[in-house]
Structure formats: structure tokens, C-alpha cells
Ligand binder design. Structure first.
Ligand SMILES: *Cc1c(COP(=O)(O)O)cnc(C)c1O
Length: 408
């Protein structure tokens, strides 16, 4: 037990870190709290990277998993199917209006599948490139990495190994005719080589926690239709209510041709993602050349169904609106700090953007001293708490974020 830290130091890679990594040992998690080996309890401001929307150790999700494990943990999906996967596909098709569902094992893989769908669909017409905007994040595998922001996505480390796609500049928060024109010109200039346009709707997550005006999404939809290009919405971070609407695309009132879902899909229990598409795209593709070993895993699809049932039953719109108000109020005082460039809130996402990159460990130490878990990166101290967080715990999260910004 006490050896966890040393075993970890000896053997384990952690996200975006050298080995050995600077980590804390967790022994349990319940509701919005993570328990550390030394007995400390931390309120989780991160929902384990957008995933644990209902909080940890939820009795209904636990029940769904234990019921399923007693029936069947896994069978191959080639030539076989089962109720958890088929039922979840129906639920996702109803939620999104996209009837064809491909189950992938992680968000990055679902983006690879979306890109593959678009390239297979566009191939007969010679459409082999993608367009996106700067500041995006779509995952860490090579196809996904090639449409991440070239600077944040560290393209220079992989020059020569990544396909080169078309990038428009950063989408602004405010409505700008000049930016709408830029999109029109960029798409027009490359229309005959573009298979798809891929964007995160309304919120750019790991690429910089930026929010942009939904009019740009509407313009991309129009341009895609005009030039017969597919629109891929990467809803992996924005899906399932996080922005205040069920899907990020709902802010713009548009439907993409292809959509990626992940992160909160299983309520933070297991790695599962999905790539959905229209009937037209599915027909145009025919045989899709992809098939993960653990595709449609019964445990993952069963717990995802339970998480979506729970979401449908909880007043998530009011909860997210309440969190939005709590974040807005709690973070307001950071806006006046010398080290702070901007404070912004959308739905259950709260961001303090600093002028200089922050010392991650220092921010975490300040937050942990106040009983809060945060994971800042670059110039961003941010939170997206579980929807079940209480106003008191939320105030602790925003208090820790402000204190961390004050300590810079
Ligand atoms: C996290 C994320 C991904 C990658 O998902 P993984 O499950 O980490 O592979 C892709 N796109 C967006 C928008 C994300 O936020």
C-alpha cells in the first residue's frame, strides 16, 4: 500500500509528463470528493477532465456495472451484437438526430474514425484534406493531432509524420464580419480538396479553454453545404450539457454530418466514445475500415446508458445554470488582479486566464491547502465541476482558483 508512490515513480508514465512524474496517490472517490492516501479529501474541480458529471461512486452507475458484469463483461463485436450496445446506439441517435453510431474506445479514436469516414466519403471526388481553426484540440493520436492547434499541439515535434491540413485563424468570442469573411474565403480557396471541416462547437477545450460565437458554426455549416464538404463536430468535451445546452451545436441550432462524443458519455466510469453520422454519409461510405477489439464493450455501453438515463432524470439545465452563476460570482474578483488577463464562464466551465504560464505545482498546492483539486495548464486556471456539486463546495472551488491567481 505505502509502496504505490515508489512503484509509480519507478514504472509509470502520466499524461504530458516525464517519468518519474509528480503525482498524488488516490485511495477513493465519492460524490465530488477525491481521497488521498494521507487522508486528505479534495473537492474535484475538474470532473476528471470533463467526465464525472454525476460525481464519483454513484449508486445507479455502480448498479448498472455490477448487473452487466454478472451477465457478460465482453464479447467481440465482429458478427455479434448485444442489448447494451444496441440500446445505447438508439439513445444516442435520438439525442443527436444522427442515426448511425460507431463505438470507439476513446475520444481520440472516435476522431480518427470521424476523419476516416470523411476521407472514405470524399475519396471518389478527390477530397483528401481537412480544414479546421487554430486553437483546437481533438486528441493525441496522429490523425487527431494533425487538426489540433499547430503550436499547442506540438506539430514541430512530429514534422514530416503529420498530414498538413488547412487552418483558419482563432475564432473570436464576439461576432466579427471580418472573421465570417475569412471562413468564407478559406473554405472557398480549398473547397475542391476538402473532405471535411472539423471543429469543437462553441468551446475550444484543451487547446485554450476559449469560447467563440455560434455564428461561426452556422457559417461553417452553410459553407460545408455550399461546397459539398462534411462538417464534423467534436463534442467530446462539450457534449451532455456542459455548456448549458445538451450539445455545443445546439447554441448554433445546427446539425453536423459527423459527431464525436466521449468523456462524459459513461459518466466518467469507463473509456468509451462514439462517432455518429447521417444516413447519407453511411451510404456513401459503405464498408468502414475500422474495428477496435473492444468495440461496443458491454460494460462500457451499459454504464453509458445508465449515465444518460441519470442525466435525463436530473435537472441538469438548472444545475448547470446554477454552476454558471456560482462561477461568475466566485471568479469575479480575479478579474481585477494584475496577473490575470481575463475571467470567463460558460455553462459549467469557469476559466481564469493569466498573463504568464502558471507553475502547475504551485497552483495545486494553494488549491489543495483549501481542500480543492485543480489541474491548471499553461496560462489557464480552470474548473468544470460535477453537475452535482453543492453551492458551498463550488464556492470552495472558485475561492481556491482566486487564491491561486492571487498567489502568482
Ligand atoms: C479529450 C478530447 C479528445 C480526446 O479524447 P480522449 O478520450 O482523451 O482520447 C478529443 N476531442 C476533444 C474536444 C477533447 O476534449
Amino acid at each position: 500500500m505505502t509502496d504505490v508512490a515508489s512503484w509509480d515513480r519507478e514504472h509509470v508514465w502520466h499524461p504530458y509528463a516525464a517519468t518519474p512524474a509528480d503525482v498524488h496517490v488516490v485511495t477513493g472517490a465519492k460524490d465530488v470528493r477525491i481521497t488521498l492516501q494521507d487522508g486528505r479529501e479534495l473537492i474535484d474541480g475538474m470532473s476528471s477532465w470533463w467526465a464525472a458529471i454525476h460525481g464519483y461512486n454513484h449508486p445507479l452507475l455502480n448498479q448498472a456495472l455490477t448487473d452487466q458484469v454478472g451477465t457478460m463483461a465482453h464479447v467481440m463485436f465482429g458478427g455479434l451484437t448485444h442489448e447494451p450496445a444496441a440500446r445505447l446506439a438508439r439513445t444516442l441517435a435520438d439525442l443527436t438526430g444522427l442515426p448511425k453510431v460507431f463505438f470507439a474506445d476513446s475520444g481520440s479514436v472516435s476522431v480518427e474514425v470521424a476523419i476516416k469516414m470523411a476521407l472514405q466519403y470524399g475519396r471518389p471526388r478527390g477530397r483528401r484534406r481537412l480544414m479546421t481553426v487554430k486553437g483546437g484540440y481533438h486528441g493525441d493520436t496522429f490523425g487527431a493531432m494533425a487538426v489540433c492547434d499547430p503550436v499547442n499541439g506540438m506539430h514541430h515535434l512530429f514534422t514530416g509524420a503529420l498530414p498538413v491540413h488547412v487552418f483558419a485563424s482563432l475564432p473570436p468570442r464576439e461576432l466579427s464580419d471580418a472573421y465570417l469573411d475569412e471562413l468564407t474565403v478559406t473554405v472557398g480557396a480549398h473547397a475542391r480538396e476538402l473532405a471535411a471541416i472539423i471543429v469543437e462547437p462553441v468551446v475550444q477545450g484543451a487547446g485554450g479553454m476559449r469560447f467563440y460565437h455560434p455564428a461561426y458554426l452556422r457559417r461553417l455549416r452553410e459553407l460545408a453545404d455550399e461546397h459539398d464538404i462534411l462538417l464534423i463536430a467534436d463534442e467530446i468535451a462539450t457534449g451532455f450539457g456542459r455548456t448549458g445546452e445538451l450539445l455545443g451545436c445546439d447554441h448554433a441550432g445546427i446539425r453536423p454530418d459527423i459527431m464525436c462524443l466521449g468523456k462524459a458519455l459513461t459518466g466518467g466510469y469507463l473509456s468509451l466514445a462514439a462517432t455518429l453520422c447521417t444516413e447519407r454519409v453511411a451510404e456513401g461510405i459503405g464498408v468502414l475500415m475500422h474495428g477496435p477489439t473492444f468495440m461496443g464493450n458491454p460494460l462500457a455501453t451499459a454504464v453509458a446508458q445508465a449515465s444518460l438515463d441519470l442525466l435525463a432524470a436530473r435537472p441538469w439545465r438548472e444545475e448547470v445554470r446554477g454552476i454558471e452563476a456560482g462561477l461568475t460570482e466566485g471568479l469575479a474578483e480575479a478579474a481585477g488582479l494584475a496577473a490575470v488577463k481575463e475571467v470567463r464562464v460558460l455553462g459549467a466551465i469557469g476559466v481564469i486566464e493569466t498573463r504568464e504560464p502558471v507553475d502547475v505545482r504551485r497552483v495545486q498546492d494553494v488549491a489543495m491547502a483549501r481542500g480543492v483539486w485543480l489541474r491548471p495548464f499553461n496560462r489557464l486556471i480552470y474548473a468544470m465541476p460535477p453537475y452535482s456539486i453543492t453551492p458551498g463546495d463550488l464556492a470552495a472551488v472558485t475561492g481556491a482558483m482566486v487564491a491561486a491567481a492571487q498567489a502568482l
